[in-house]
Design a protein around this ligand. Structure first.
Ligand SMILES: C[S@@+](CC[C@H](N)C(=O)[O-])C[C@H]1O[C@@H](n2cnc3c(N)ncnc32)[C@H](O)[C@@H]1O
Length: 471
């Protein structure tokens, strides 16, 4: 059995989930970080377990034809885009296969009609939100080569992303290819300003300091830009000066807010928010509808991808003007509003009260009058807290868009018993999609087709839309 630190010579056979790849050594599975199917590599053992070994590529001896040069200097350390070294076609093929495997292995389904995956129109700069962290500890990049070793900026202020599993360390970055060039320029500017300010970065060990996060949100279809500076303390003079300089340098910025987070929790959300420029809100468009986005409100992070996903859900639902649709896990009501003009009524349900309030406001602002929103835990609203159903017609169609963890079994059971004829399940996790649909099967539901959609190139995330029906 190899030991930690040993170097193994391996041939990578296939990709695995979460950005890993698979090889075998004397019949044992090796999960290899940084490998591409078809590579011959030398990899260093990072962990040994009873049934498998984990290793990280240190040298690519013979590259796979599927390998490509990562665009980003920080690839291999940042942890954000695990697959930048894999050609996009191969990424899509893996995602497609992953959906099929999950349905077969977890769901126990055979011969499901899984349509060819729809790739993303934008391979880079597709995100409308990025959250950067300030840190006061340098983090040097560990290769694999040819990534250069990068340090942080001088003076003990670093601004970038947390290194995976290292919440005390920040990888200082000058650019990220996921949002926009403007966003990169703003990051560099704020970093310089924070250095010059002489104010310390917030330290969770000392529970003191000033700088915590920088969050940039962009309306991809409107051009709006929000800068949210998250700090531990309220220092109006500092934020005022930063805002003045930012708006002079970047006239594209439409609003600037300061979230003040005095808690230990390392989240980029303050208990108070102060407005320094503009209205505190940006807007973005999905289809013909306009949505308000405030610093802490939920909005799909790939606007154009979301529109594609919603269009497929709408098509799969085969909506009729007489339909009553329940949009389960509705968030801020984007799907409800997107489909509202094709149906009689939509009822959206979500557990987060503020999202439901946003959903109501979004409907109102778009002059949509046939959507209603209910706040609460779906399993309770379906099983015991049923007062909301008193004046509500039963659904003709369900659109279900749960979090990665999928649905609560009690919610699945209740939906099973109702035998709704048309069900569209929008999933961000093929494993829980397969599990939930397997639970629905004994109630007479079956899968008609599944459409995988890639909204997050270079990451292992896969969305899919499944069309189900009940007999
Ligand atoms: C993947 S998001 C979908 C949001 C929305 N459909 C969209 O496209 O923007 C999942 C949503 O499920 C909600 N949620 C999570 N657990 C829930 C529960 N037990 N009951 C109701 N909603 C829940 C979350 O608040 C979140 O808004």
């Amino acid at each position: 059995m190899p030991q930690r630190g040993d170097i193994l010579e391996l041939t990578i056979e296939s990709s695995a989930f979460e950005g890993m790849s698979i090889a075998h050594l004397d019949g044992m599975v090796v999960f290899v970080e940084g490998g591409v199917a078809g590579d011959s590599v030398r990899a260093k053992v990072s962990r040994t377990k009873k049934k498998h070994i984990e290793a990280k590529v240190v040298e690519v001896v013979n590259p796979s034809p599927q390998r490509t040069t990562p665009r980003c200097n920080y690839f291999g350390t940042c942890g954000g885009c695990k697959w930048q070294h894999v050609q996009y076609d191969a990424q899509l093929a893996f995602k497609q296969q992953h959906v099929i495997d999950a349905l077969e292995r977890i769901g126990g389904f055979k011969g499901i009609n899984v349509l060819p995956i729809i790739g993303s129109g934008d391979l880079y700069f597709y995100r409308n939100k990025l959250e950067f962290s300030f840190g006061d500890e340098a983090w040097l990049m560990t290769p694999p080569p040819p990534s250069p070793v990068r340090g942080g900026s001088e003076g003990g202020v670093f601004l970038g992303f947390h290194v995976p599993q290292r919440y005390d360390k920040v990888l200082d970055i000058d650019e990220c290819h996921l949002q926009s060039n403007l966003s990169n320029e703003i990051v560099r500017f704020v970093k310089k300003f924070s250095l010059k300010s002489g104010l310390p970065v917030y330290s969770s060990k000392l529970h003191s300091g000033y700088w915590r996060n920088l969050v940039i949100r962009e309306g991809k279809n409107t051009g709006d830009v929000m800068v949210n500076i998250v700090t531990f303390e309220d220092r109006p003079n500092v934020t005022k000066e930063l805002s003045r300089q930012l708006t002079t340098e970047f006239p594209e910025i439409t609003t600037i807010v300061n979230n003040i987070n005095t808690r230990k929790a390392q989240v980029a959300v303050g208990e108070t928010e102060k407005l320094y420029y503009g209205s505190g809100i940006i807007t973005d468009k999905i289809g013909s509808y306009v949505f308000d986005i405030s610093a802490n409100s939920f909005f799909q992070t790939n606007t154009r991808g979301a529109e594609k996903l919603y269009s497929i859900a709408k098509e799969f639902a085969e909506l009729k003007p007489s339909d009553v649709v329940y949009d389960l896990y509705c968030g801020t009501g984007t799907i409800s509003i997107f489909i509202s003009n094709a149906v009689k009524k939509v009822i959206g349900i979500d557990i987060v009260e503020s999202s439901v309030q946003n959903a109501r406001r979004n409907a109102e602002q778009n002059a949509v009058q046939n959507c209603e929103f209910v706040a609460g835990d779906l399993k309770d609203l379906l099983t015991k807290d049923t007062a909301w159903r008193k004046d509500t017609l039963p659904p003709d169609v369900l659109i279900i868009d749960p979090p990665r963890s999928g649905m609560h079994p009690k919610a699945v059971e209740e939906i099973g018993r109702r035998k709704v004829k048309r069900v569209v399940y929008v999933s961000c996790n093929p494993a829980t999609l397969a599990r939930d649909v397997k639970m629905l099967a004994p109630f007479g539901y079956s899968i008609e087709k599944v459409q995988p959609v890639d909204m997050f190139p270079h990451t292992f995330h896969i969305e899919s839309v499944a069309k189900l029906h009940s007999q």
